[in-house]
Write a protein that binds this ligand. Structure first.
Ligand code: NAI
Length: 301
């Protein structure tokens, strides 16, 4: 099986550096026409530099591919809309959206001000929602689409100093969970990558011995597969790093069951708290309805 993107048009947000750059170059090398989106700037989102997107566009074109630059921020609805407009203007269609743009404003929660909170939520969560919202009608109309969100272990599992980032990153999973259901009848599949890569964002976090081994190129195959026609799944979260790719999922344990006709006391619940926390034989659910059905079934009619 050969994964190709000939005739497909892709947007990669935050494609001027790190992971986004790697995704954009690889998509273009396999035939996709690219919108390389990046306003440029520092890891904390300050400043602007068109060179970030321009350099990647030049690299794609030099290698014989097709790409245009977009310098608009994902973080405002109007500019996010312009990113999608760029794809339509330049190439007349849109098939693939990789929501990758990101910034960091790390601080322990007690010291974090609202500006630091808002800036991170705006780029990661609102930004991905705004660009996806602008792309949605084109994908619906075409009855085809592949969207990849970018989450993080910090959101899935927790990390010190990243309350803003973790909340935004897990918010993206919630966004995906709704869109995987709403997109299905239009052939729009929405999946999420949880990367680990040595980039400017992680250079002060990852131990130097590991940094060089964590090439963004190791994450890109997971993104490319989820962006391809070959992918038939929707709603997957895939952890991706050098030589390791694994699905991550929300799970629910077998739980502690009581007579639903009587209200249980907190003391009675406390006695069986171990059962509540037991995750052996935990199961995942495709939708909220499936999970709720488990409770309804126990209630009877
Ligand atoms: P990076 O800093 O190299 O790349 C992020 C890019 O997003 C930059 O080029 C930046 O200019 C761009 N960007 C920032 N604000 C933007 C905005 N408002 N609109 C459009 N573009 C904007 O960092 P890296 O590591 O490549 O991160 C890419 C994504 O992967 C981010 O969403 C990050 O949170 C996520 N991630 C990265 C991990 C890693 O190990 N590197 C781990 C988990 C998640």
């Amino acid at each position: 099986m050969s994964i190709r993107f000939d005739g497909r048009v892709a947007i990669v947000t935050g494609a001027g550096n790190g992971l986004g750059k790697s995704h954009a170059l690889a998509l273009a090398a396999r035939g996709a026409k690219l919108v390389v989106n990046d306003p440029g700037g520092a890891v904390d989102g300050s400043g602007r530099a068109q060179a970030a997107a321009d350099t990647v566009v030049a690299e794609i074109v030099k290698a014989g591919g097709q790409a245009v630059a977009s310098y608009d921020s994902v973080a405002e609805p109007a500019s996010a809309t312009k990113i999608v407009a760029k794809a339509i203007e330049a190439f007349g269609r849109l098939d693939i959206l990789i929501n990758n743009a990101g910034i960091l404003r790390d601080k322990s929660f007690g010291k974090m001000d609202t500006a630091e909170w808002d800036a991170v939520l705006k780029v990661h969560l609102m930004g991905s929602a705004y660009v996806t919202r602008a792309a949605w009608p084109y994908l619906q109309e075409a009855k085809y689409g592949r969207i990849v969100m970018t989450t993080s272990a910090a959101g899935l599992f927790g990390n010190f100093g990243q309350a803003n980032y973790g909340a935004a990153k897990l918010g993206l999973v919630g966004l995906m969970n709704a869109l995987k259901i709403e997109g299905l009848k239009y052939g729009i599949l929405v999946n999420t990558v949880a990367p680990l890569a040595g980039t400017r964002m992680t250079e002060n976090i990852v131990p130097p011995a590991f940094f060089a081994k964590l090439k963004p190129e190791h994450v890109t195959p997971a993104v490319l597969y989820m962006a391809s026609e070959a992918c038939k799944e929707s709603g997957w979260i895939v952890s991706a790093g050098p030589g390791f790719y694994a699905r991550v999922r929300m799970m629910e344990g077998p739980g502690a069951a009581f007579d639903p006709k009587t209200v249980v006391s907190p003391e009675a619940l406390a006695e069986r708290w171990g059962e509540v926390g037991n995750l052996k034989e935990a199961v995942g659910f495709e939708t909220a309805t499936d999970e709720i059905a488990r409770i309804f079934l126990r209630l009877g009619s």
